[in-house]
Design a protein around this ligand. Structure first.
Ligand code: ADP
Length: 227
């Protein structure tokens, strides 16, 4: 599903964000990316979202070399991926319903279908009651559930999450991870960068540890270890 082949990413002449990355992630896997700040986690996710191109090496998603996607085709590629961020990135002037519906509107789906699908998803994520509220009126957990609903409503093959529990209290963080686990159980590949040791250690998932731009550990049912 996801393949990094000898990937390096440099910024300018001296900053090496990633070096010699070889990583294979199978369809349907759930992978935690861990490592200290500056280890390269976000850069790795941004290579997958095609925000960045590698300086050398190749990044493939579903067999497609991301460097070969034409600029005009990037939005189309991004629709196959769901993104979840620490700061939610919801549109402040849109309601919960509208934020989630937007994901389907850009796909040209008819309004009636959109309404049905959004209702189903908001109910599933237990935010249907909040559908007419604006992001600033939501708790952190509700905002993150809205962001996850928006990320997954288009049934992406892959969900990329960058510190999605970062600013949340432990209980809310826990509900977010449950939700991502459920999405994964539908067959969606999930790659999540996190600092949350407790979550990583209890989930018994694959853990890829980065340090100074390199993979230093890749363990099935791994622990959060940074050295
Ligand atoms: P992490 O997500 O693990 O905290 P990052 O991927 O954000 O790490 O950063 C890895 C390294 O690359 C850091 O040294 C960071 O300062 C550098 N870096 C990341 N993005 C940029 C950028 N756009 N321009 C210059 N340096 C960057």
């Amino acid at each position: 599903m996801i393949s990094f082949k000898n990937v390096a990413k440099k910024f300018g002449p001296s900053i090496i964000a990633l070096e010699d990355i070889n990583l294979e992630i199978q369809e349907g896997e759930f992978v935690f990316l861990v490592g200290p700040s500056g280890a390269g986690k976000s850069t790795l996710l941004r290579l997958l979202s095609r925000e960045y191109l590698p300086t050398s090496g190749k990044v493939l998603v579903a067999g497609e070399d991301l460097a070969k996607i034409k600029s005009s085709q990037i939005p189309l590629y991004r629709r196959k991926i769901g993104f979840v961020f620490q700061d939610f990135k919801l549109l402040e002037d849109r309601t919960v319903f509208e934020n989630v519906a937007l994901s389907l509107q850009v796909r040209g789906i008819i309004d009636h279908e959109i309404d049905k699908e959004v209702e189903k998803t908001l109910k599933l994520f237990e935010i249907w009651e909040r559908r007419n509220l604006f992001p600033r009126q939501l708790s952190g957990g509700e905002a993150q559930r809205t962001a996850i609903a928006r990320a997954v409503i288009g049934k992406p093959k892959v969900v990329l999450a960058d510190e999605p529990t970062g600013d949340l209290d432990p209980q809310t963080a826990w509900s977010v991870i449950q939700l991502l686990g459920e999405i994964n159980s539908w067959g969606t590949t999930v790659v999540m960068a996190t600092h949350n040791k407790e979550i990583v250690d209890t989930q018994k998932r694959r853990v890829v540890s980065l340090k100074e731009g390199k993979i230093i550990k890749d363990n099935k049912e791994g622990k959060y270890e940074i050295h």
